[in-house]
Ligand binder design. Structure first.
Ligand code: ATP
Ligand code: MG
Length: 467
């Protein structure tokens, strides 16, 4: 498997494992939550199972609801009566006292309630007319919202009465005349509950430890995966750079070596040996190629030691120095490329820089060299100098191929070369900008780039003025 595929597989694997871990954690936490919830409600139920006040309230309720005038004319009548009773009981001290008692006992915002599914009243031995029922009615407290309460237990209460009994409340005349034996019953079908404000949060709070543990575990796995993958990617990058560099060096060396080989072969030729003119040409070619090889090896060597270079700084007048450097570059390009120059350097004589002239000239040459290399057709180069209150600023711009936004920082890395969009035939070691930046920083200055693909690049050198 190739390295890239390995990394991809690793990323997918890590992602799936983390996903799986999250799912398992979710499942465990959910189960724990359900368990905690059950524990909480069970404990509450137990603690409330023998509270006398609740028993007393229930008794009062069923007594109050067992109507003494137990023959009603109609359903409306019955409802009105029941509601009156409930209202007065809810407003009574008994209920507030019970709520206060609970609040003190549990320290939560707790409220007691009884909610009836149905309340029925009926008489035996009579027609259907005397069967009345109310469905879904709050007997104590308000009807709780779904999920906001804990149901303690169901409560059914039945009271029956035989009217023939002497103690019975007076029956209505009509019935007495008929002198029937009349039985009536009252049936309450309800559940007793407590409402605790955000009680689920109370349960969740108890699980803080588990949450923290689960969270740290997931975080640890994510971090470990991240660092492993990151490390692998970095290693791959280094490996790539190494291969690229080897290719680039070979590429750079091939041309001068080939030229030298041809030159040596030619010198062996008797005819050429006797021709003084040609011999001189060939020797100067050998000389040039030799210098070229020297430059390449110097560049590689320098890049290895650029961090340790000790600058020999001198106080140098900025503009003559700049002009000289540009002139030298122009000379070096003569006969090679035709360049369109646009030079605007402020020619005030009192700007001095504290620089090592060799290294500083190298920086400028590297940038100019790039401007030529990475232009298509005739390179158009603009060199502009500015002076502000603290700094001397030099801008070198070209109308070349430009640098992708995403790579504008990486181009300053050692050996880095933009691959895509760049011309394949342009040779280089990826050292020029690395050296330029390192050296600028050693001079106490900075090197920045702004570039747009297809439009060109601008490199900005900033250096403190010498005062
Ligand atoms: P060398 O070490 O010979 O200078 P190089 O030119 O490839 O090799 P750098 O000068 O460090 O290396 O440049 C790094 C990369 O930045 C180049 O390969 C090129 O892709 C990009 N680059 C630099 N200058 C420019 C420019 N003016 N326009 C477009 N791309 C540029
Ligand atoms: Mg370069």
């Amino acid at each position: 498997m190739k390295m890239e595929q390995k990394i991809k597989a690793l990323i997918i694997g890590a992602f799936l494992s983390i996903l799986g871990l999250c799912a398992i954690q979710y499942y465990l936490i959910r189960n724990t939550y359900e368990l905690e919830k059950r524990n909480f409600t069970n404990q509450l139920k137990e603690e409330l199972s023998d509270v006398e006040e609740i028993e007393a309230l229930k008794n009062t309720l069923s007594e109050n609801l067992s109507v003494e005038e137990h023959i009603f004319l109609n359903q409306t009548d019955y409802k009105k009566r029941v509601h009156q009773k409930i209202d007065s009981l809810n407003r009574s001290k008994v209920v507030t006292q019970l709520n206060d008692f609970l609040q003190k006992k549990f320290h939560y915002n707790i409220r007691f309630g009884i909610q009836a599914d149905s309340l029925e009243y009926f008489r035996k031995n009579t027609s259907q007319e005397n069967y009345f029922a109310i469905k879904d009615i709050s007997l104590i407290g308000k009807k709780p919202k779904k999920g906001d309460y804990i149901s303690l237990y169901n409560w059914t209460s039945e009271s029956a009465h035989n009217d023939s009994n002497d103690d019975a409340p007076p029956l209505r005349k009509l019935d007495r005349e008929k002198s029937e034996e009349i039985y009536w019953s009252q049936k309450i079908d309800a559940f007793v509950f407590v409402e605790i404000e955000s009680w689920k949060n109370i349960v969740l709070k108890k699980m803080t430890g588990i949450f923290l543990l689960a969270f740290s575990l997931i975080l640890a796995v994510i971090l470990v995966s991240y660092f492993t993958i990151n490390n692998l990617i970095r290693q791959k990058k280094i490996a790539d750079i190494r291969t690229d560099f080897a290719n680039n060096v070979t590429h750079e060396l091939k041309t001068p070596l080939a030229a030298l080989s041809v030159a040596v072969q030619s010198l062996k030729n008797k005819k050429i040996q006797s021709n003084e003119e040609v011999r001189k040409d060939i020797i100067s070619l050998i000389d040039r190629q030799n210098i070229r090889l020297q430059k390449i090896t110097d560049k590689i060597l320098e890049s290895s030691f650029s961090d340790d270079v000790i600058l020999k700084k001198e106080k140098i007048e900025a503009f003559p120095f700049l002009e000289k450097t540009l002139e030298e570059f122009k000379l070096s390009q003569e006969g090679k490329t035709n360049i369109e120059w646009n030079i605007s350097i402020e020619n005030s004589s009192d700007i001095f820089l504290e620089i090592d002239p060799t290294y500083f000239a190298n920086i400028i040459t590297n940038l100019l060299d790039n401007a030529v290399k990475y232009s298509e057709g005739t390179p158009r180069i603009r060199v502009k100098s500015l002076v502000d209150s603290n700094d001397f600023i030099l801008e070198i711009s070209d109308k070349g191929i430009g640098i992708p936004q995403t790579e504008q920082q990486q181009i300053f890395d050692k050996f880095y070369r933009v691959k895509k969009g760049n011309r394949h035939d342009v040779k280089g070691l990826g050292l020029g900008l690395y050296q330029a930046k390192t050296m600028m920083e050693k001079h106490g200055g900075s090197l920045e780039v702004s570039s747009k693909i297809g439009e060109g690049s601008r490199f900005i050198l900033k250096l403190p003025k010498h005062v």
